[in-house]
Design a protein around this ligand. Structure first.
Ligand code: FE2
Ligand code: FE2
Length: 454
């Protein structure tokens, strides 16, 4: 445009030039600086009332910021031209008008230097830009106030924005995080899970809400967090990235853990009391716990589920504390009254554990450990899938341990009889999959109890 201007300027005084919405000017750089030609738009944008007023000032007077003028002169010196240079010109009414100036240096045969240029009013777009910047600043300061890690990512899971809390967690500045991915900050396996979640949110356009996970901190410790990830849409409804909020729940988790440990300590004391009174039931429960845990592992239970299963097994006969000892160790046949008293241990145990308000259904697992798939068990004659998987594991483990160990009232029946009982009851009383695992483990252990070396 500045090149065409060179040809256009000789006719600058014409009415046509004055009608243009864009400012056009010719400015002499040397020997003496001054405006030589300008159209009406240029006069107006420069904050002058009439052309002669403009011809009396030097171009540096248009710059309210000395740093802008320094850059301007440097650019002209280096490149002999300038493109869309933005400045705010303050007119007599002190109201700033934003303009963009493009110009080029022209030299004639007499070594006189001129600047031929155009001036555009960009106040409207500048105002819009300032509004967007203000909104972005507001958003950032809002995000920075939040006591959670907040992060935005593009479709390729590159981080595009984070708040202060996020950056502080990595002891980095936000600028050192932008453009990176989770693989730059987290162990590979963990970053992979995060990437999978991002992809899932982008693909499905459905948020992931309140996912509890563990993350590794820069100091090498793990913390427990709860994360929500949502898709970000553009105006056309296309997903352009994701936004995530992660809250540190470690303190809360530690509190829960402490509460759980307190419960466990109380149960250990209770179990010790049972051991003192009835050592056979105590060792039975301990071995049922071992069998159940091994079976659970074979079934692919995670660590958390295994702890619950083992706990249920350790406590499953705790209710026998209410059964008179002479009945518990009575050799020979029990009367129906005595048998019903023994059966009551299930209800007693359930009520005892239920009072402790465990954060999971421990009492329900224990309540079902004498139920059988065909409905022949007690106390509720539950059938098939009505019985929890954990309770089905306990049922099989209970029978296996009971039949292979000595009792005060009878000698051990032996592993062969136990195998025969499990085979006979497989799919009828006991879960066939669980029986199959147990029989496989016995076989692998050369026909011996596999849990004793555990
Ligand atoms: Fe029992
Ligand atoms: Fe038992």
């Amino acid at each position: 445009m500045t090149k065409d201007l060179h040809q256009l300027l000789p006719s600058l005084d014409s009415k046509t030039a004055d009608c243009l919405g864009i400012g056009i000017f010719q400015y002499r750089l040397s020997p003496a600086e001054r405006f030589l030609k300008a159209n009406q738009s240029c006069v107006r944008l420069a904050g002058c009332a009439i052309k002669t007023e403009l011809f009396k000032i030097k171009i540096r007077q248009l710059f309210s910021n000395p740093e802008d003028y320094r850059r301007w002169t440097q650019l002209l010196k280096d490149q002999q031209r300038i493109k869309l240079f933005k400045i705010a010109i303050k007119g007599k009414n002190k109201k700033a008008v934003w303009v963009a100036i493009s110009a080029c240096v022209v030299q004639n045969g007499k070594k006189e230097k001129y600047l031929h240029g155009v001036m555009q009013d960009i106040s409207a777009s500048q105002k819009e830009q300032e509004r967007v910047i203000q909104e972005m600043d507001f958003l950032q300061s809002f995000l920075d106030q939040m006591p959670d890690a907040i992060y935005f990512k593009d479709r390729r899971s590159h981080i595009t924005r984070v708040n202060k809390f996020y950056a502080k967690g990595f002891r980095l500045k936000p600028g050192q995080i932008i453009g990176k991915t989770d693989f730059d900050f987290f162990p590979k396996a963990q970053a992979k899970k995060m990437l999978d979640d991002d992809k899932k949110v982008i693909r499905s356009k459905i948020p992931i809400v309140g996912k509890i996970e563990r993350t590794l901190l820069p100091n090498g410790t793990w913390n427990q967090v709860i994360t929500t990830k949502v898709p970000i849409f553009d105006r056309q409804g296309e997903v352009v990235g994701t936004m995530g909020i992660t809250r540190d729940m470690t303190e809360h988790a530690n509190f829960e853990k402490e509460r759980f440990n307190m419960l466990m300590n109380a149960l250990t004391v209770l179990n010790k009391a049972l051991e003192l009174r009835d050592p056979y039931t105590f060792s039975h429960a301990r071995d049922v716990g071992r069998i159940a845990k091994i079976i659970g592992k074979e079934l692919g239970f995670d660590e958390d589920r295994l702890i619950k299963l083992k706990l249920a097994a350790d406590l499953h006969d705790l209710g026998k504390i209410s059964v008179p000892l002479d009945i518990l160790i009575k050799p020979g046949k029990l009367t129906s009254l005595e048998y019903s008293l023994i059966q009551e241990h299930v209800q007693r145990c359930h009520d005892l554990i239920d009072e402790m308000k465990f954060p999971f259904k421990l009492s329900d697992i224990i309540y079902q450990h004498h139920e059988r798939l065909d409905g022949s068990g007690y106390p509720n004659k539950l059938k098939g899938k009505e019985i929890m998987l954990e309770a089905r594991i306990l049922a099989m483990s209970d029978v296996l341990e009971s039949m292979t160990s000595h009792r005060p009232y009878r000698a051990a029946l032996g592993i062969k009889k136990a195998i025969a009982e499990l085979k006979k009851g497989s799919g009828r009383k006991y879960d066939s999959k669980i029986v199959k695992i147990a029989l496989g483990l016995i076989k692998k252990n050369h026909g011996n109890p596999f849990w004793l070396n555990y």
